[in-house]
Design a protein around this ligand. Structure first.
Ligand SMILES: NC(=O)c1ccc[n+]([C@@H]2O[C@H](COP(=O)([O-])OP(=O)(O)OC[C@H]3O[C@@H](n4cnc5c(N)ncnc54)[C@H](O)[C@@H]3O)[C@@H](O)[C@H]2O)c1
Length: 287
């Protein structure tokens, strides 16, 4: 059901690769809610992915850009302003990639050039996007800039590798730039810390399926899906959240506030073949 939450709003959406991508779902919902936007991804991703299909479905233009390239971002922002006939209202940064994860290098055996690429692609690009947007005074007052993060920024989760450092930096950039952009232009900057979600980027993480299962069992509300993440993004682009800024907003079914749940404990106990209760059994009230 649509609520016209983004009627008249314009924006740029980074990171839709295929129909599993969180950015893909955000684009579909933003369109449903009345937004007009430009889609962007790297030229390589555009060749591999299905972005044209999404552009057709959402009546939007596609402008290629590598988010680590200042030149590409300049071109993206100025061309978008031409398409929109002026300023726009929101940006979604839905970008993540670690060459170390891709190559299976463990955290204690990182390649440093790769590590720098991880940080550049997954975090510093967020700063670059905002620096370019601000330089061109591209975002309207009460606009909203959003990036996607993960709880590994705060807690160590096996297999997340140098992406954890990238996410910590990403969240810090949201606070630091959020102060400046809010003070000068009333633009808000936030990150959403999303549950593990089955996408191309997510599935690259070692032990990803187990991570999904563990957080599903640990979270009282269960994992948040990509569609649910898109719903949350829409609220953050809408005028209903004008005073929310410099926040890392957990969208994870409660995972980040949990230690151990009954369901996770039951599964854990099963591995010792002790008197574990079956998953299906009713949860005793004292738990
Ligand atoms: N999937 C998960 O479990 C999960 C959980 C929490 C947060 N996130 C975050 O959500 C965001 C979106 O990821 P996703 O899960 O939808 O996966 P995805 O693979 O669909 O999206 C990642 C995107 O990043 C793009 N990208 C990579 N390098 C780029 C560059 N140099 N310039 C521009 N774009 C580039 C890719 O082309 C791709 O479209 C990422 O920031 C990811 O870390 C994902």
């Amino acid at each position: 059901m649509a609520y016209n939450l983004l009627k008249g709003k314009k924006g740029i959406i980074f990171g839709a690769l295929n129909d599993q991508s969180i950015a893909w779902k955000v684009a579909l919902k933003a369109y449903e809610e009345g937004a007009e936007f430009v889609l962007t991804n790297t030229p390589v991703a555009m060749r591999m992915g299905e972005l044209d299909e999404l552009a057709k479905a959402t009546n939007s233009k596609v402008i290629p850009a590598d988010a680590t390239s200042f030149e590409d971002l300049e071109n993206l922002v100025t061309q978008s302003m031409e398409i929109f006939g002026g300023k726009f209202d929101f940006i979604l940064h839905s970008i993540g990639m670690s060459p170390n994860v891709r190559k299976g290098l463990s955290y204690d055996n990182l390649s440093y050039p790769n590590f720098q690429k991880t940080l550049d692609i997954s975090a510093i690009s967020f700063h670059k996007v905002m620096q370019v947007a601000r330089k061109h005074d591209a975002i309207n007052c009460w606009g909203s800039v959003l990036a996607l993060s993960y709880v590994a920024a705060q807690r160590t989760l096996y297999g997340y590798n140098d992406m954890a450092d990238a996410k910590a930096l990403l969240e810090s950039i949201a606070r630091s730039f959020g102060y400046i952009y809010g003070r000068d232009k009333k633009v808000r900057v936030n990150t959403i810390s999303q549950s593990p979600t089955v996408t191309t980027a997510g599935s690259g993480i070692r032990g990803f399926d187990n991570l999904v299962d563990f957080s599903e069992r640990t979270s009282p509300l269960g994992n948040a899906s990509a569609d649910e993440c898109a719903d949350y993004c829409i609220t953050l682009f809408s005028d209903l959240t004008k005073k929310v800024t410099m926040q890392n907003l957990f969208h994870d079914g409660g995972f980040s506030s949990m230690g151990m749940s009954y369901r996770a404990m039951t599964q854990y106990n099963k591995s010792f073949e002790c008197d574990a209760l079956d998953d299906e059994e009713e949860i005793p009230t004292e738990w």
